[in-house]
Design a protein around this ligand. Structure first.
Ligand code: TMP
Ligand code: ASP
Length: 261
């Protein structure tokens, strides 16, 4: 597949055209941003780990029938994915209260929610990704009621699957954000999961110690982001247990998958 020109650059990824008009290449950068781009840094190796972790999760989701844009990982930083028109809404699912929810509503950090809480945010950096209601989505025709109900159902399935997958490797899925896109194959419009699912877009706490294994290590200046993301990759069986993780080593990771016992 021939890599064409850059068609979009976001905060953590770049999208390139390919010789097939329906497929694009998604490149994972090492850039980290938080608080709507107010805090920025480059963390060597982050893109490589997110590429691998997101590939692992999205290919597992395909196997349970949750359609997504991933075709295949091409190399350490790139994936071949379906071209989609991203729906301008960030879908957040929360199992434990933390982050903006606690700040916005004064809920105590760490409160376990009785049921998963879904929140919608408008994907608009200039407006700071404001939280919106179901009624906003329907009023402004960002989605119709059938599409929104379909996504809500899939968010529940997604949360159940991801919670189970992480629980099995000693990690609590605190919350996550996903994006969906519209594809148009042979005249039929379909909604599929797009973007990435990685420690950049999930909050992941160790089950026993509550140690943060996600981008909060950057947001909160906790340090050791690469060891934390590597720990997630190792537990998921993507990285060898004995891998001595450094930025240099990450770029040399073997593609051998090892099943965690
Ligand atoms: P929040 O508590 O900051 O609203 O974040 C909720 C979840 O969404 C958390 O897992 C981090 C993720 N997230 C993103 O992936 N991108 C974003 O731009 C924001 C604000 C949150
Ligand atoms: N990705 C978002 C930003 O840059 C926010 C976040 O993940 O906290 O600004």
């Amino acid at each position: 597949m021939k890599k064409g020109k850059k068609i979009y650059e976001g905060k953590a990824k770049i999208i390139y055209a390919t010789s097939d008009k329906n497929l694009v290449i998604q490149y994972f950068k090492d850039d980290a941003t938080a608080f709507n781009n107010q805090k920025k840094s480059t963390i060597e190796g982050k893109g490589v780990l997110n590429n691998r972790i997101s590939e692992h999760i999205l290919s597992n989701l395909s196997q349970i029938g949750i359609k997504n844009h991933l075709i295949k990982r091409i190399n350490m930083r790139e994936q071949l994915v379906k071209l989609v028109e991203i729906i301008p809404i960030e879908f957040v699912v929360r199992n434990i209260a933390t982050g903006s929810l606690t700040k916005r509503l004064g809920i105590e950090d760490g409160t376990v929610l009785e049921n998963p809480l879904v929140e919608y945010c408008l994907k608009n950096d200039k407006l700071g990704d404001p939280i919106i209601s179901r009624e906003h989505i329907l009023t402004f025709n960002w989605l119709n009621v059938v599409q929104l109900d379909w996504i809500d159902n899939n968010l529940k399935r997604l949360n159940d699957f991801l919670q189970g997958m992480f629980r099995g490797v000693g990690i609590k899925l605190v919350d996550f954000k996903v994006e969906f896109g519209l594809t148009n194959e042979s005249g039929k419009t379909e909604i599929i999961l797009a973007d990435e699912i990685s420690p950049d877009t999930c909050r992941l706490w160790d089950t026993i110690t509550d140690k943060k294994l996600d981008k909060d290590r950057f947001r909160k200046d906790l340090g050791d982001l690469i060891p934390a993301y590597s720990d997630v990759a190792k537990r998921l069986g993507i990285l060898h247990e004995q891998s001595n993780v450094s930025a240099v080593n990450i770029t040399k990771l073997s593609s051998v998958k090892k099943k965690r016992k």
